[in-house]
Write a protein that binds this ligand. Sequence first.
Ligand code: FAD
Ligand code: FES
Length: 256
Amino acid sequence: MKPINCIIEEVRSETPLIRTYRLDRNLNPAPGQYLMLWIRGVDEIPMSFSGQDTITVQSVGVATQAIFRMGAGSEVGLRGPLGNGFALKGNKILLIGGGVGTAPLAFLAEVAKKADISVTSLLGFRSRDDMIFQDRLEGLGETIITTDDGSYGIKGHASAGLKELNLFDYDQIYLCGPEMMMSDIISRTAEHAAKTQACINRYFKCAAGICGSCCLDPDGVRVCVEGPVLLADRLLDSEFGRYKRGPSGAKGPCRG
Ligand SMILES: Cc1cc2nc3c(=O)[nH]c(=O)nc-3n(C[C@H](O)[C@H](O)[C@H](O)COP(=O)(O)OP(=O)(O)OC[C@H]3O[C@@H](n4cnc5c(N)ncnc54)[C@H](O)[C@@H]3O)c2cc1C
Ligand code: FES
């Protein structure tokens, strides 16, 4: 798929390190799908949709810092929407998000609400200053917030909020966040793995199922085309939360 040209129409600051970019095209994505964003002369990187025509970017390195230097009117290339997205099921769902991983879940919550599905959210952030989309999600249903430093809500990681919930009440659980946070939640809630859909990250190069960069051991799932949303029971005995491959293809530790 050849990238199409696209213009950034609006930039919104969510926190000092997270911004939302509204694009001049509505590609009709499903929540959980992603696009490959081509910052010309820099890199092409994967980003989840945080709305029909928005992406929400955390500045972590060269490419994302280059996006932060762009404003309304800047041009980027994009390929997408790509990947499978979340399958919306049931009447009552729980969203569990961590950090910028809240972005695709906020989009999912809006689509679920329009379909008359009851939405509960459990969101984990480092501190009050890192919180995103609190208002967006609180307007859609019960929202529990945890912060690592206790500056807002329950003190601790997102898993500290699990004790407020009976997971048997939910038809489906949707998860997105840093890998170690997701791995922690999946291992604590293993009996619900068959109804937990996790949106995961791996190092994407082609995003077309060809290069093998994103494959997950042991069964070689190509996350870029068969994911990025995978059922948690497929992750329980995989490399997820143990190691991941970087740009060279070599295994490295999971961080975050
Ligand atoms: C399906 C998917 C959806 C994502 N959605 C979002 C999102 O909504 N918002 C957001 O802020 N980030 C998202 N990311 C992560 C984002 O792609 C990386 O933060 C970004 O590529 C970092 O690039 P960099 O040059 O700024 O940082 P670098 O310094 O190059 O890397 C920082 C971190 O990002 C990872 N990374 C770098 N390049 C890639 C790549 N091509 N594929 C995957 N990971 C990479 C590195 O492994 C490293 O852990 C998503 C990743 C995937 C796979
Ligand atoms: S990124 Fe190339 S196969 Fe997935």
